[in-house]
Design a binder for this molecule. Structure first.
Ligand code: ZN
Ligand code: ZN
Length: 481
């Protein structure tokens, strides 16, 4: 579980706590956690309990919860040792246990547990003040359960409010912290009791929920604001967002590539690296982060993972995505550079043998990639790319067809213009006019669609208004290449 979150300012231990516990709860729960002197809840014999059968099935606890042979303790140990899947957890008897939000232990009878041990908490007092079996009481208890289960959740285990099939992916509601299937999350948010603004759009529920999970990690603010919300909220993105080196790589990429459309490229590159990391984890399960894999001994693993990610077919010896395979070597070298900068910075403060070894490892890996990557990956990928180019048929349009297209465009544009003159708020005609103008400019110069796509109205206007003929001539030269 030891992850090297090296580019955060906080000490490692503190960060791990943040990352693992997610213990910031955005509600009115700033109550003080009161514990017994020996840090364990007081055990009261079964006889004098007040059972709340309505919410949790009554289970008899035969041994005190804090005794070493307690069934709860055994369950907890199994849970830590086993790498249980989501579905296993939900179907077993463990699913009936609730993780107490206050004392962070698993309990069988949650209502009884909080009544006995956490009476002083504001939320518990609220619950106790309500009549038993009332709807409000149930709702408050349910909210407290969700908060507790959220604390317990991690990558491999989340306790959803409703379990779906084994492929269901669960994400937390950012208001009540309950885990819901990612498909139905938007529907839940519309009616979530903790959501104060129910009318707000729930369009980006999935990515908001995923970003909520990693909000405590120290990541470049531009990445958090611009790139993260645009990434698809799946497992690959979560791995990318959690890996410090992948984030540092994207942050550096965005510093050089400032235009808006590079945000999507940065997101794509992050996901490529995350896919590579996931593939490496399959080959070497001990690996946790990209930083750990940047060592010469893992060079072959990197090559084989790259082949899997970019779909190398050993029979036909071709890549399905040769362009990306070609670029992966450069991307990895840049990652090594960033890691090297970090190691050098760290070694200035404190010089140890392990840091010196890391530095040497990174340098060796860069050398290995420089000298060998082209034989192992690039040459095959670039020859695939060339073959794809040969086989690409370029159809040159006939002059007649071009004239037909031009006439059609002008006709459509004129009709749209007439309609717009009659009714200035005609949205459809406006779009037609805009599209026909774009098409005509592209026809004039089909090599530069990207520039046209990102040309601002202001830039265009200033060029027209500019009396300086030289600037205009340069523009003319560029587009008539
Ligand atoms: Zn408790
Ligand atoms: Zn909710």
């Amino acid at each position: 579980m030891k992850k090297d979150r090296w580019f955060c300012n906080k000490p490692l231990d503190e960060q791990q706590d943040l990352a693992q516990n997610n213990k910031i709860v955005p509600s009115d729960s700033e109550s003080v956690i009161l514990k017994n002197s020996n840090d364990s809840p007081i055990w009261i014999p079964e006889s004098d309990n007040e059972s709340e059968t309505s919410l949790s099935s009554p289970m008899i606890c035969c041994t005190p919860p804090d005794s070493p042979i307690s069934s709860e303790n055994i369950c907890l140990n199994i849970e830590i040792n086993d790498n249980i899947s989501k579905t296993e957890a939900s179907t077993s008897s463990k699913s009936k246990k609730v993780f107490c939000y206050y004392c962070e232990t698993e309990v069988l009878n949650f209502p009884r547990h909080i009544t006995r041990n956490h009476k002083s908490e504001i939320d518990v007092q609220k619950i106790l003040s309500l009549p038993k079996l009332s709807k409000e009481r149930k709702n408050l208890l349910f909210a407290l359960r969700k908060k507790g289960n959220y604390l317990k959740s991690n990558d491999n285990l989340s306790k959803p409010v409703k379990t779906g099939n084994e492929n269901t992916n669960y994400l937390p509601c950012i208001h009540c912290l309950g885990y819901y299937s990612s498909k139905n999350l938007w529907r839940h948010r519309k009616k979530c009791d903790a959501n104060s603004n129910k009318g707000a759009s729930t369009k980006n529920s999935k990515s908001e929920a995923q970003n909520f999970l990693i909000r405590n990690l120290k990541v470049d603010p531009q990445l958090k604001i611009d790139v993260f919300p645009r990434m698809r909220a799946d497992k690959v993105s979560l791995v990318a967002k959690k890996d410090a080196l992948i984030c540092a790589f994207a942050a550096r990429y965005l510093k050089i590539h400032r235009e808006n459309h590079f945000i999507l490229v940065a997101s794509r590159k992050m996901r490529e690296l995350a896919r590579l990391l996931l593939e490496i984890k399959k080959i070497k399960p001990t690996i946790n982060s990209l930083y750990e894999v940047l060592k010469p001994e893992y060079y072959d693993t990197l090559v084989s993972a790259t082949k899997v990610v970019f779909r190398y077919d050993p029979e036909s010896k071709t890549y399905q995505a040769p362009t990306f395979a070609l670029n992966m070597g450069t991307t990895l070298k840049q990652c090594c550079d960033i890691a090297l900068v970090y190691t050098l910075k760290k070694s200035q403060k404190l010089s140890t043998v392990s840091l010196a070894n890391q530095e040497a490892d990174l340098k060796t890996l860069i050398q290995l990639i420089n000298s060998n990557w082209k034989f192992d990956v690039s040459s095959q990928a670039s020859s695939d790319l060339n073959i794809q180019k040969w086989n690409k048929v370029t159809l040159v349009p006939f002059a007649n067809d071009l004239k037909l297209l031009k006439d059609c465009l002008i006709n459509k544009a004129n009709m749209a213009l007439c309609k717009l003159k009659e009714n200035t708020s005609d949205e459809k005609s406006y779009i037609i006019l805009m599209e026909t103008i774009y098409s005509r400019i592209i026809l004039l110069n089909r090599r530069r669609p990207g520039e046209l796509q990102r040309l601002l109205v202001n830039t265009y206007k200033s060029l027209i208004l500019n009396e300086n003929s030289q600037a205009y001539e340069e523009f003319g030269e560029v587009i008539s290449e």
